[in-house]
Ligand binder design. Structure first.
Ligand code: FAQ
Length: 329
């Protein structure tokens, strides 16, 4: 999806893409009327490419997102925590699978999408390029990363593209369990020993700013937001969702007795919102460019998994061919 070709197409102004004006007018009238666009309906090429780009980035994020937490399955401190974590990581694999299916309805194959991920051409969320150093990171990911994911994804349940919006409804139900288990884990640590409180605070310190970056660049630097909002792919801008997340999460941190690592954070009574400090966008850009702490490891882990699963794919194909031959005989 993030091949240069697709990026260039998605970035072209609407007027530059030659579309039949009457079809475009009818398409936009359907969007305005809150109708869902379905795979066989006419759609502008830019709409199709924007969706392939966003849905496949989302799918790749779920699949790569299994890695940081998967790292802790063998070291979870109790049977209960281990079962919860296994269920969560499996859910993420399922989310990736629904999302690849939703992207396939737009005329691209899963094999192509996976090739784009493995070759490094595709993007996935910046957040999954940070390491999970302690058990508290599993709690911080559930609380903050799944919390940010839900904030971004609930509006996607109302996305104008039918298959994406329907996939998001189920995904959001599962994300909500993910967020709750993370907050519960943080609460146990925050109310535990001094050492447990210390790892909880340390995890919040390391995951806070990358979680804010998950929402994407500021609106002034977001090339895709205007058209995606106009076509109701996105219902809110990046900054609007980031603000909602901050307002939602600050009281939760207070309840935990943990401190958000932002000395500039304050409540603005006039605006009825929290004001947060400057985000280090140079760090975001470095991570997106492939220079985050774990980018190389993450891609290598996916390539290794793909290679070691090769025999399974080949065996499944051989079995299907054998059955087809038997049925035809
Ligand atoms: N990381 O113009 P915009 C999860 C790129 S799932 C990397 O604002 P757009 C579940 C963007 O692609 C997390 N790249 O773009 C879970 C674009 O690149 P391009 C993923 C980023 O699409 C939890 C360029 O910057 N969620 O967490 C990021 O309108 C726990 C310009 O940006 C989704 O994918 C980033 N953070 O808005 C799993 C949700 N942000 O094409 C395991 C669906 C932006 O110009 C454990 N996606 N970029 O080269 C969306 O809502 C949107 O695509 C945004 C970006 C909001 C992410």
């Amino acid at each position: 999806m993030y091949t240069q070709g697709l990026n260039e197409l998605a970035a072209r102004p609407l007027a530059a893409v030659q579309e039949d004006p009457e079809r475009l007018r009818r398409f936009e009238a359907r969007i305005d009327a809150e109708e869902k666009i379905e795979p066989k309906d006419w759609m502008p090429e830019t709409y199709r490419q924007t969706l392939i780009r966003q849905i496949s980035q989302h799918a790749h994020s779920e699949i790569v997102g299994m890695l940081p937490e998967g790292n802790w399955i063998g070291r979870a401190p109790s049977l209960l925590r281990k079962s919860i974590l296994i269920a969560k990581v499996q859910d993420e694999g399922g989310h990736g699978a629904y999302l690849y299916s939703a992207a396939e309805t737009l005329g691209i194959s899963r094999a192509e999408l996976i090739e784009q991920l493995l070759s490094g051409a595709a993007k996935y969320s910046s957040i999954f390029n940070y390491p999970t150093l302690t058990w508290a990171d599993v709690g911080a990911i559930g609380w903050l990363v799944d919390g940010a994911a839900i904030m971004n994804q609930i509006p996607l349940c109302r996305c104008s593209y039918g298959p994406y919006s329907r996939a998001m409804i189920r995904i959001c139900k599962e994300e909500s369990f993910h967020q709750r288990q993370g907050y519960d884990l943080m609460l146990k640590l925050a109310r535990g020993s001094a050492a447990q409180r210390a790892i909880a605070q340390d995890a919040l310190n390391r995951w806070w700013w990358p979680s804010l970056m998950m929402f994407g660049p500021p609106d002034t630097a977001s090339p895709h937001t205007a058209l995606s909002v106009r076509w109701k792919i996105k219902r809110f801008t990046n900054d609007e969702l980031r603000q909602k997340f901050v307002d939602f999460t600050v009281p939760q941190a207070r309840f935990l007795g943990l401190e958000i690592p932002d000395p500039a954070l304050r409540w603005d009574a006039g605006r009825g919102q929290h004001v947060h400090g400057e985000i280090d966008w140079s760090e975001f850009q470095e991570v997106v460019r492939g220079n985050g702490p774990c980018n190389r490891d993450r891609l290598q882990a996916r390539r290794d998994a793909h290679e070691s699963g090769r025999w399974v794919r080949e065996a499944a194909l051989a079995h299907a061919a054998k059955r087809a031959r038997a049925a035809a005989a």
